[in-house]
Design a protein around this ligand. Structure first.
Ligand SMILES: Nc1ncnc2c1ncn2[C@@H]1O[C@H](COP(=O)(O)OP(=O)(O)OP(=O)(O)O)[C@@H](O)[C@H]1O
Ligand SMILES: [Mg+2]
Length: 336
């Protein structure tokens, strides 16, 4: 048998690891095709020694790259969110017709868009005119969508659908949204079936849509499993700007929290700076136990502090953390 350190390609695995299990059949397939990949179980001491030996011999890929500092990472994250503000502003000022924003919960998507739209609303409020922008949240039927789009059909108006994912699962609503987002010079929307609601409200069965649309969702378009939905989402994506605000790593999520706390998110609580720091540190120390790591979680815990400054940590453990039985290591599936 070949000496273990003579192989050119190694696959190190652990038995309990879900990812290793997924990759194993591919490795076997490659070996069947004639490749020579040596599979080594990391539970064996001897194999761990091989890893150390290889690490000494070869530097891991990317290890020569200068490490990003926290300040640089905060700047990188802030720059991505600045694009959200800019794009929302561009839709509000009719420079861009439509955009889709996706990202995990509680990171500031709605806040950013709402701020940009509110800024524009201020002018109409001062002039005493009807507001040109609206954030529509929650459930949305196809007819509800048709009516909203009609209400905001004029140039300069913007309708923002925030967490209205039901639209994506309803063929009729989805087709209306596609028509509204289309890049053609004329965007005509039709309601082809008889509708008493439309008649009662004096609405036509078709109209031209010249407004702007912002669609905010937690669905990461590139990760959707259903083939049918994938195709629909691709059609939407092709029609407008798509901004993915996914913050993948725990480090980046914590830095997003630091960034926004740094620009005063907790000011309204009148906490001392040391306490703000203690709160952020508490979140960091409990990052695997908390139900989510988000700005919303920071605000929830700050509320608990305001409610009971002497026992906020205890309250946070009870209300913001997963019960112990739910805690598993996401990589190995092992109980924590
Ligand atoms: N720049 C900011 N300054 C102050 N507070 C902020 C800022 N960004 C977000 N927040 C606060 O953080 C909380 C979460 O933000 P937001 O509601 O925008 O998240 P989201 O990404 O839209 O989440 P979801 O997908 O669940 O709707 C809100 O209470 C919001 O007020
Ligand atoms: Mg939101």
């Amino acid at each position: 048998m070949k000496n273990k350190t003579e192989s050119n390609l190694y696959f190190f695995y652990t038995v309990g690891c879900g990812w290793c299990k997924k990759v194993m059949p591919i490795i076997d397939e490659l070996n069947k095709e004639g490749h020579d990949i040596l599979k080594l179980d990391l539970a064996e001491k001897e194999n761990k020694e091989i890893v150390d030996e290889l690490k000494k011999k070869y530097k891991p890929v990317g290890s020569n790259k200068p490490k990003e500092t926290d300040e640089q990472a905060i700047e990188r994250i802030a720059a991505r969110f600045a694009i959200l503000d800019e794009m929302a502003d561009a839709v509000a000022t009719s420079k861009v017709r439509a955009m889709i924003v996706s990202g995990p919960p509680g990171i500031g998507k709605s806040y950013g868009v709402e701020k940009a739209l509110e800024k524009q609303n201020m002018f109409t409020d001062i002039a005493g005119e009807k507001r040109k922008f609206e954030m529509v949240k929650g459930a949305m039927s196809a007819i509800g969508l048709y009516k909203k789009l009609y209400e905001y059909k004029d140039k300069g108006c913007v309708c923002c659908f925030d967490d209205c994912d039901a639209i994506l699962y309803d063929d009729l609503a989805l087709n209306l949204l596609k028509a509204a987002l289309d890049t053609t010079p004329r965007r005509s929307l039709h309601w082809n079936t008889e509708s008493r609601t439309l008649q009662a409200e004096g609405m036509p069965n078709s109209f031209e849509f010249n407004g702007g649309v912002i669609f905010i969702t937690n669905i990461k378009f590139d990760n959707v499993k259903s083939k049918k939905l994938q195709d629909h989402l691709a059609a939407l994506q092709s029609r407008c700007h798509y901004l993915d605000l996914t913050i993948d790593s725990m480090k980046d999520r914590m830095l997003r929290i630091r960034q926004i706390c740094g620009i005063g998110m907790l000011d309204k609580y009148h906490m001392k700076p040391e306490l703000q720091e203690e709160l952020i540190q508490f979140i960091y120390n409990n990052k695997h136990k908390l139900r989510e790591i988000s700005l919303r979680m920071v605000l929830k815990i700050a509320d608990l502090w305001k409610m009971a400054p002497e026992k906020w940590k205890l309250l946070a453990e009870q209300t913001c953390m997963r019960p112990a039985r739910e805690m598993y290591d996401l990589r190995t599936g092992a109980k924590l």
